[in-house]
Design a binder for this molecule. Structure first.
Ligand code: G4P
Length: 287
């Protein structure tokens, strides 16, 4: 799915995607929305609620291995209050995914009861996965799909060519996830998506991005941040972010000819370390 990072969301493209998702919605009983646990607001598509309307939804807070656990728990509670089931997951290792099938059953319990009352005992449950690029949709499908379970449904005129993956217990995932656009028109959202690597670095100036990330880190410094960059004796509350960037570059020996510090290289390194959670498990949007 690496290519989806390059998607440009032109209005025509958005309309096409909307239509595709609306058509797929007719085939499914529930939508699994994947968000990034580090940025639950910015990784949520602004039009999703309108798009899926009354279709039941389950939220997967993915990449929870890189998010602050207490914050993730608070987000789960936030969703619970809104009557939406949310589960923290890590689709890289599969942690938390064992809760997916029972939670889907729980969310659909009324419907399942009705089907059973009508004698539809073995009716499959169809699920569509949606989320912004890079949030982990294919990782989720790969982890859930049983090997060799792909089944092409070929009812002419209705669902020709749709492929489903069995995930066990009578549940099937639509193989093509709905790739949603983020709230890219909001610069703050764009910045958070860039911090986490959801949008490509080329979209924003790398130094500016690292500089902004340092501002956030100085407000909420983690132990790892202080230790990795040896900032024990630095007054993080008052240092200017640009001075800090230079200091970190110097401490890491990132020098260019003439003794000037290579802030560009340091910026790439800081962003990489944030994205691989080396600076700690940091949630950028709190509830
Ligand atoms: P997409 O289909 O929604 O576009 O996302 P995809 O599954 O391709 O995942 C995007 C990147 O996020 C991948 O990393 C993937 O491994 C990583 N990822 C997905 N879920 C998790 C998670 O729960 N925790 C962590 N830490 N990472 C996750 P990549 O660098 O593009 O590839 P690679 O590292 O797998 O080689």
């Amino acid at each position: 799915m690496a290519q989806v990072q390059n998607i440009q969301w032109f209005p025509g493209h958005m309309t096409k995607t909307k239509r595709k998702i609306q058509a797929s919605l007719k085939l499914v009983d529930i939508v699994a929305e994947i968000i990034d646990a580090r940025i639950p607001v910015s990784s949520h598509n602004p039009d999703l609620d309108k798009l899926i309307q009354s279709k039941p939804r389950i939220v997967l807070m993915n990449k929870c291995d890189m998010a602050d656990k207490a914050q993730t728990d608070r987000w789960v509670e936030y969703y619970r209050k809104k009557n939406i089931a949310a589960i923290p997951v890590d689709c890289k290792t599969g942690k938390g995914l064992n809760r997916f099938i029972p939670t889907v059953r729980d969310v659909l319990s009324d419907k399942i009861e009705k089907w059973e009352a009508k004698g539809m005992r073995n009716r499959s449950i169809h699920i569509m996965v949606v989320g912004i690029p890079n949030v982990g949709k294919s990782s989720f499908i790969n982890k859930m799909a049983k090997k060799g379970s792909a089944r092409v449904e070929d009812r002419p005129g209705v669902t020709r060519g749709n492929q489903w993956f069995s995930i066990g217990q009578g549940m099937e995932l639509l193989d093509t996830p709905g790739v949603l656009w983020p709230k890219f028109d909001d610069p703050e959202v764009g910045e958070k998506l860039a911090f986490t690597g959801a949008v490509k670095d080329q979209v924003m100036d790398t130094e500016l991005l690292a500089f902004r990330l340092l501002e956030v880190m100085c407000r909420f410094p983690t132990q790892q941040f202080i230790e990795r960059f040896k900032l024990q004796n630095v007054d993080l509350e008052s240092i200017e972010a640009y001075d800090l960037l230079e200091l970190i570059a110097r401490k890491r020996g990132m020098l260019m000819s003439g003794g000037r510090v290579d802030t560009e290289r340091a910026s790439v390194m800081i962003l990489d370390e944030y994205r691989s959670a080396k600076l700690g498990k940091i949630t950028l949007e709190c509830v």
